[in-house]
Design a protein around this ligand. Structure first.
Ligand code: C2E
Ligand code: CA
Ligand code: CA
Length: 616
């Protein structure tokens, strides 16, 4: 083979190399070169200038019985053999010959061999260059004499430059992959890399179970809010560093963004071992950290889930771990939860709800039940609250608590809310048109998502206009927590609703007390005492103290007051005794279908008789 053909062949092979195949392709090419140049051994090494060393990439033929670590693997330039030392900054090929003088080289070689039984090698080292930088070397060894002709030397330079190009490409490719697979802030793997890793680990032929630890930093939000994002970033970086220190070599650590981290321990790990690992990590990661003069205790919640290769998918596994960590957080943080069958049933239920909820509004399977509100002194029906229900295809009639939050999480709350609003207004206007419920109020629950959505006020105005309702007969119920969460938006929305003329009630009042500070400045008409304080009223003195405080507050602010959750005559009497006479609750009526509500309105009253002995 001519030298030109050799160079062309090498170029063709190296051109096709990628980061993943470059070591193998390089070895193949070295084999060709060994054969073509008639040498005994060839190697390719890259320079790592950051540690001042040369690193073996490929060699031919492979050495038998290479020790581990390979003494030729990473060789530091300082104190290295001249052939290696020359590779650090050489710009031209370097040749080492065993002969003292070219004239009698063969004679010298023969004499050394006779004296020692060893044949001295000839060496050639050709630098790989990238601009001014020596990025590696291509080396050849021949036991005995090897003279390189000028043509061969030129071919070597051409081949070395081809290797240098591959090297540059591999470096760029690796860098790109690093960026694509790692999280900027911490250098840990990112979500994409984690998913790819778990995909691999869950292939049917892999060993299982594969455990996943989902970690969630407990205080990050507060740190971001109160100490700023720099402090938050620093907190995350410090945590990532500790995670690295505390985990093993083969363990994969990823940051999913925010305060969420996932560890996939190497090898198969069962539930007990995974939980033990979570406990060990939790102990090791708990730390007192000082940020901006504040000392905080860093705690972490952990969720553990196991996946079986060939059975579970990556998203199954991560969802379970996520669910588990949610449980750990809900239990107060700094806890560990292992995914259980019960959680699995719950998440199955949620998935099912999510699936069917998508078209629930089109299929007409939502209905409204109504809960009358009564003046307990007379039994007169003053108002009724619309409560949504879902006639589920297989699970029967579902109460809102099992699907409202799912609807919110998949952005259906707005649509569902509009349906409730229209339906309640339509039915109520029909009752009024038939001469019943004329002085009554229809109460409609509004989800937090609706309240802050654009165009909410407008759509309320249009709906009550469409059904010809008087704004005073429509009351929107909002929960206390939402009012406080985004007080500015709420203020604007409530002002708009006031202009439309509807009434506003604070639902579940007392659960937070946080709305108190704003009560005077918000256009609120009604407070509804949370049923939690009412259910045991008459037997629980603490509840009574709270209810009395709320009653006093309503009087002070001149607000209408409604007690929810009146289940017992004792509670009813206690409320009456303290001046709260509007109420709803199972004692008076259960939530009922709209026909039944119409019948009640036609009768105007629900008979009330709380003739129980009142303890004082
Ligand atoms: P809420 O607004 O506090 O509604 C009152 C809930 O208390 C109703 O539950 C009602 O059935 C229940 N209740 C009434 N009296 C008693 C009683 O004496 N004892 C007990 N233990 N419970 C009583 P429901 O219908 O399951 O509704 C639960 C929650 O779902 C509602 O609480 C409300 O926040 C929400 N919700 C209901 N309908 C809608 C709706 O159309 N839209 C929105 N966004 N939320 C709704
Ligand atoms: Ca309500
Ligand atoms: Ca309530």
């Amino acid at each position: 083979m001519s030298l030109d053909t050799l160079v062309t062949n090498v170029a063709a092979k190296l051109m096709a190399a990628t980061s993943a195949t470059s070591a193998q392709v390089s070895q193949d090419v070295l084999a060709d070169l060994v054969a073509s140049f008639g040498v005994d051994f060839s190697f390719l090494r890259y320079n790592d200038h950051s540690i001042r060393a040369t690193v073996l990439v490929a060699e031919w033929p492979p050495r038998p019985d290479v020790p581990d670590p390979d003494p030729l693997g990473v060789v530091y330039f300082d104190g290295a053999d001249p052939i290696f030392a020359a590779a650090e900054n050489a710009k031209e090929p370097v040749f080492f010959s065993p002969e003292p003088a070219p004239d009698d080289a063969e004679d010298y070689q023969r004499r050394v061999q006779e004296a020692s039984g060893v044949t001295l090698p000839s060496l050639a080292s050709v630098p790989l260059l990238s601009g001014e930088i020596t990025t590696g070397c291509l080396g050849f060894i021949k036991i005995g004499i090897k003279d390189w002709t000028p043509e061969e030397t030129n071919a070597l330079k051409a081949i070395a430059s081809l290797f240098a190009q591959v090297q540059a490409r591999v470096v760029a490719e690796d860098q790109l992959r690093y960026l694509a697979e790692h999280d900027d802030l911490t250098g840990l793997y990112n979500r994409r890399a984690l998913l790819a890793h778990i995909d691999e680990r869950l292939r049917p032929e892999e060993a299982g179970p594969v455990s996943v630890l989902f970690l969630d930093l407990d205080r990050l939000k507060a740190i971001n809010d109160y100490l700023g994002h720099h402090a938050g970033d620093w907190f995350i970086q410090a945590f990532a560093e500790r995670l690295r220190e505390e985990t093993g070599d083969g363990d994969v650590i990823a940051r999913l963004g925010g305060d969420e981290f996932v560890i996939v321990p190497a090898g198969s790990v069962d539930a007990d071992a995974a939980e033990a690992l979570a406990h060990r990590l939790q102990d090791a990661l708990r730390d007192r950290v000082t940020i901006g003069g504040e000392t905080l205790t860093r705690t972490v919640s952990a969720g553990v889930a196991l996946g079986v290769p060939g059975r579970d998918t990556t998203s199954d596994l991560l969802r379970r771990a996520d669910q588990a960590v949610l449980n750990a957080k809900n239990a107060g943080g700094n806890k560990i939860a292992v995914f259980t069958d019960e959680m699995s049933l719950r998440s199955e239920f949620r998935n099912d709800i999510e699936l069917h909820l998508q078209n629930v509004i089109d299929t007409g399977s939502l209905i409204l039940h109504y809960l009358p509100e009564v003046d307990m002194r007379t039994g007169e029906i003053l108002a009724t609250e619309a409560l949504v229900r879902w006639q589920h295809p297989t699970r029967g009639l579902l109460l809102p608590d099992s699907f409202i939050h799912v609807a919110e999480s998949i952005n259906l709350a707005g649509e569902l809310g509009r349906w409730v609003m229209r339906t309640a207004c339509e039915e109520f206007s029909r009752w009024q048109a038939s001469g019943i419920a004329e002085d009554a109020v229809i109460r409609i629950n509004v989800s937090p998502v609706q309240l802050v959505a654009d165009g909410f006020v407008q759509s309320v105005a249009e709906t009550i206009a469409e059904f010809g309702l008087d704004g005073k007969s429509v009351c929107l119920e909002i929960t206390e927590s939402v009012v406080v969460q985004d007080i500015e938006t709420t203020r604007i929305t409530l002002a708009g609703l006031k202009e439309v003329g509807v009434r506003i009630a604070i639902d579940d009042f007392g659960t937070g007390y946080s709305v108190l500070t704003h009560l005077k400045s918000l256009p609120v008409d009604t407070l509804k005492i949370d049923k939690g304080f009412v259910l045991e009223l008459g037997t629980n003195p603490e509840d009574l103290a709270i209810v009395r405080a709320i009653i006093a507050l309503a009087e002070a602010f001149n607000l209408e007051l409604v007690a929810e959750g009146v289940e017992s005559p004792t509670a009813a009497m206690t409320l009456l005794q303290h001046g709260c006479h509007r109420a709803q609750g199972f004692l008076l009526s259960r939530p009922i279908p709209s026909d039944a509500m119409a019948e009640l309105f036609a009768k105007r009253v629900i008979p009330v008789d709380f003739s129980v002995p009142i303890r004082t």
